[in-house]
Design a protein around this ligand. Structure first.
Ligand code: ATP
Ligand code: 5RP
Length: 402
């Protein structure tokens, strides 16, 4: 039987079953695949190392280090329920987080040079020469195709590359890190992509807060590290935002003239139009330009208040919708008032956004647009996943009818 026939059989509601692994190449388990008709359970055809078409959807999340990727991941996995944990019984320094539905892998694991190697070569981790994009592509593709991989581990404690860990194909694979959209082959595997765009002033404030308070670094060393990374950040990380389906941009507030504290934030959710299975969120009236100060009877606002804006725009030549929030909530439970004025939010019940935000009120950014927009993007990813799954389930029926 020709290979093309096998694929036809599969699309006509047949089952694809995978035998035990035969060998490993590029960290990917190569398997023999058996296709058979569900009706007769006969006509099994051994077709060698052809891969099943998997059901894994792949989400890319790009940002510089210390820009809120882990926080975003915790909000996203919470939307799907269940806790995300490192692989059981594995390397305690694994960067992977697994829950029932999602597996989050950190692309730092594809560093080809360890900490010493980068020092010797005089390159930063942001430089593509310090990363193995061939392996990243092969393994993300394998997982998307439904095949387990032996993924390397970059150990942030030792700065070394540790022995690999087994990653099985999940329902939703999130690849988070510095370069999920850098290599076109990897980019083309993404079903949805997000870029966290944190302005330099805000990034600096967050780094100080974490690296000084939690990691004991000096102010001077934090400044030096940001400066040293900046040229490579500008060259290799920042340009990826042009490819993102959604960008969360975090800027200093405009509500306080010459604010230099950096505590109050202005956050924009930039949503690309025309992305399959993704319909941008809107405020009041889709496509209009809206400015809204919700403070008053239903929303408590202390100085400097809260301001929302919404409207169409253009971003790197793409048509986008932009939702913006400047300021912060005094009482998080009152967020329900704002939520009830937003549409296309992909909630399953009234008040789901507010419930999620209250559940994680202790996460950074829960009182401002960073937490709100991360939660909304999490709900949109759940919606996208459900739509993709529904369309795959109905495809064989449609084919059978034709
Ligand atoms: N929305 C936010 N508001 C305020 N501070 C934040 C926010 N998000 C993150 N931070 C600060 O930035 C720090 C880093 O956040 P997080 O660990 O989520 O980032 P990361 O991108 O995963 O970092 P890394 O790649 O270095 O592990 C947090 O400890 C917190 O201090
Ligand atoms: O930009 C980074 C992404 O997290 C890290 O700096 C990079 O992975 C190198 O890690 P380390 O500083 O632990 O050697």
């Amino acid at each position: 039987m020709a290979v093309s026939t096998v694929y036809t059989v599969q699309s006509l509601n047949s089952t694809c079953s995978i035998s035990t692994p035969t060998k490993t190449h590029l960290g990917i388990q190569q398997r023999q695949v058996l296709f058979y008709s569900k009706k007769t359970n006969r006509d099994r055809v051994r077709i060698g190392e052809i891969r099943c078409s998997g059901d894994t959807i792949v989400i890319g999340l790009a940002a510089d280090s210390g820009c809120g990727k882990s926080t975003f991941m915790r909000r996203l996995t919470s939307v799907f329920g269940g806790a995300a944990e490192p692989p059981k019984g594995g390397n305690p320094d694994s960067n992977t987080l697994i829950s029932d539905t999602t597996t989050v892998i950190c692309l730092d694991d594809y560093h080809s040079l360890d900490r010493t190697g980068r020092k010797v070569e005089g390159v930063t981790a942001l430089d593509p020469r310090a990363n193995n994009f061939d392996l990243m592509y092969e393994q993300v593709k394998a997982l998307k195709d439904g095949i387990a991989v032996e993924k390397p581990i970059y150990n942030h404690v030792s700065g070394l590359l540790d022995p690999p860990e087994l990653i099985k194909p999940p329902k939703i694979l999130v690849i988070e890190g510095l370069h999920p959209m850098y290599d076109q082959r990897v980019r083309d595997l993404l079903d949805f992509s997000i870029y966290l765009d944190i302005s330099n002033d805000v990034k600096f404030a967050w780094k100080i807060q974490r690296d000084m308070a939690e990691r004991g670094h000096s102010l001077e060393s934090i400044k030096a590290s940001i400066e040293a990374r900046k040229p490579d950040f500008d060259a290799y990380i920042d340009p990826q935002k042009q490819y993102a389906d959604a960008v969360i941009e975090v800027l200093p507030t405009q509500l306080i003239p010459d604010d230099n504290e950096g505590k109050v934030l202005r956050v924009k959710l930039i949503m690309k139009e025309g992305v399959k299975y993704f319909s941008p969120v809107y405020l009041f009236d889709e496509g209009s330009t809206v400015s809204w100060v919700p403070c008053g009877r239903k929303l408590t606002c202390s100085y400097p208040g809260i301001k929302f804006a919404y409207g169409p725009d253009s971003y790197y030549g793409h048509e986008v919708s932009v939702l913006e929030m400047d300021g912060q909530f005094d009482k998080l439970e009152e967020l329900i008032y704002v939520e009830s004025h937003l549409s296309n939010i992909s909630t399953k019940f009234y008040g789901e956004i507010t419930q999620q935000m209250l559940k994680h009120a202790d996460f950074p950014g829960s009182n401002n647009g960073t937490g709100l927009f991360q939660t909304i993007v999490g709900l949109k990813i759940r919606d996208l996943f459900e739509q993709v799954t529904a369309s795959k389930a109905s495809a064989p029926l449609e084919a059978a009818k034709a």
